[in-house]
Design a binder for this molecule. Structure first.
Ligand SMILES: [Zn+2]
Length: 120
């Protein structure tokens, strides 16, 4: 990874177009919605960036999941990266976050079914 580090990339002048593309990519990654539900019921969106997933069998159980993705993690970029590389890295991170969101909800629902509705 250290071999990918390019000091020149940090000191080269950045044009307004590049900065605008970076900002657009950052905004798009931040606003990426959770992935469409698979076996997940549609949530109710609650105040405080909470998605509430209710038991499909309407037993009263629910699982709350934050929809706030929080700050982005470090991005892995090649030396002399371009705006497209940055956009792709941010999109990839947003996709991973979306998949993790879905997996957490699916796991919570699966565990609830095992505990409260075995065999269903
Ligand atoms: Zn239930």
């Amino acid at each position: 990874m250290a071999d990918d580090f390019d000091l020149n990339a940090l000191t080269r002048p950045l044009g307004a177009d590049f900065l605008r593309e970076v900002e657009d990519a950052r905004r798009a990654a931040e606003q990426a919605p959770p992935p469409p539900p698979s076996t997940i019921p549609m949530p109710d969106f609650r105040p405080g960036c909470i998605a509430r997933f209710r038991c499909p069998l309407e037993c009263g159980w629910h699982h709350d999941e934050s929809t706030d993705p929080g700050p982005m993690g470090p991005l892995l970029l090649p030396a002399n990266f371009t705006a497209d590389d940055l956009s792709a890295a941010m999109s990839s991170q947003a996709e991973v976050r979306g998949n993790n969101f879905r997996l957490r909800v699916e796991l919570a629902i699966s565990e609830h079914f095992d505990a409260a509705h075995p065999g269903r």
